[in-house]
Design a protein around this ligand. Structure first.
Ligand code: GLU
Length: 371
């Protein structure tokens, strides 16, 4: 693999990216700060950067590799899971944990977990070479790979590292609001997340299945954490969030005993699921959230993706470390979704080809067979 030297170019790249993210608003600020810090580190350490570089299959990381994981907002599930995975695959010089060959990513690997808007912006970032990897919803990855809206062309360079876990559509209202179904949102104010999120597309399609749109509802585009605050301030009537349960943005509200989760079900939803292969019926089990009984809703699968030109060895070693049983305690110390992750989930619900490095691991682990 040809690794491109970091230094001044990388510093400029990180700075401009951070500045652009900062211009996009408060959640971008986290990315901005992260990028500037990363840029400074790149400048000082003279490390190498792999993100956008075409590669061959060898891996010669003499001085280190940054490996970005684009996630979601900090009160989501992607972000804390990204941090857990980063702690597993990181391979700093002299790490005792990494002395056993299969426990960490390649020597020198420095993961950089980035807060972001979500699936759509994450996929764009991987495709554009701005992020080495990202978490994204299976339905959005499928749309991108096939060039369906909101994507203008097929992103056939996307590859899967792993399926992760099921995400559920949360439909959150104030207790006593008398909103008991999607239909009741007619004429109401509802936040469907930002356009770069995966929630936006799912919520838009669900509303549309019930004949709801901008024409008969007031649509607001705020992150889940912002929407949660607006709900409490009665500035909106409801918000949607597609995330692995229990997700903190919702948990913070249910712990106050002030909100309800409304089911997303009925013939309209069944029709939508029948039309869209990567939407499934899902259940948020009883007491996942304090005093909230079982909720029927829509689900998708969270995936970890890279670009097809990510180095074979890098992706192979990262996948191997992720599923190494010795790393289980690290996963179990993470958010609840991380505790349930298992290698069998890795190959479920994945709508695009695996990266060659990940595929090699799954073949060796007997989870995939050559056909
Ligand atoms: N599924 C959400 C999205 O793509 C992100 C959820 C999370 O951050 O946990 O927008």
């Amino acid at each position: 693999m040809k690794l491109q030297s970091g230094g001044a170019w990388q510093w400029f790249f990180a700075l401009t990216r951070g500045f652009r993210a900062w211009l996009q608003g408060p959640s971008g600020l986290v990315v901005a700060v992260g990028s500037v810090v990363t840029g400074a580190a790149a400048l000082l350490a003279g490390v190498f950067w792999i993100t956008a570089q075409p590669s061959d299959d060898s891996l010669d990381i003499a001085e280190g590799v940054f490996f970005e994981i684009a996630t979601g907002s900090v009160t989501g599930t992607y972000y804390p899971l990204g941090n857990v995975i980063a702690s597993i695959i990181a391979h700093p010089a002299g790490s005792v944990r990494c002395e056993e060959e299969t426990r960490c990513g390649p020597p020198g690997l420095t993961p950089a977990v980035q807060a972001a808007e979500g699936s759509v912006s994450n996929i764009e970032a991987v495709h554009d070479g701005l992020s080495a990897s990202a978490f994204a919803q299976s339905d959005v990855v499928s749309q991108a790979y096939n060039g369906e809206p909101p994507f203008e062309t097929p992103y056939t360079d996307l590859r899967a590292v792993s399926g992760l876990y099921g995400e559920s559509l949360h439909f959150v209202v104030m207790r006593g609001s008398q909103i008991e179904s999607i239909d009741d949102l007619r004429g109401r104010r509802v936040s469907i997340d930002r356009r770069g999120s995966g929630t936006y597309g799912v919520a838009t399609r669900v509303l549309s299945a019930f004949g709801l749109s901008e024409a008969n509802t007031t649509l607001v585009h705020e992150s889940a954490e912002q929407a949660a605050e607006m709900l409490l301030a009665r500035e909106i009537d409801a918000f949607f969030y597609v995330a692995g349960t229990p997700v903190r943005a919702v948990q913070d509200l249910t712990n106050l005993n002030l909100v309800d989760l409304v089911p997303v079900e009925g013939p309209e939803v069944n029709g939508l699921i029948a039309r869209e292969p990567y939407l499934t019926a899902a259940v948020i089990p009883d007491e996942t959230y304090l005093d909230i009984p079982e909720v029927r809703t829509i689900g998708v699968t969270a995936l970890w993706i890279v670009r097809d030109d990510a180095p074979f060895e890098l992706v192979y070693q990262v996948t191997r470390a992720l599923w190494n049983p010795d790393n289980r305690p690290l996963l179990e110390a993470g958010p609840e979704q991380a505790r349930f992750l298992g290698p069998r989930d890795a190959i479920e619900g994945v709508p695009i080809p695996f990266h060659r490095g990940a595929e090699q691991y799954y073949l060796e682990a007997g989870l995939l067979t050559e056909d």
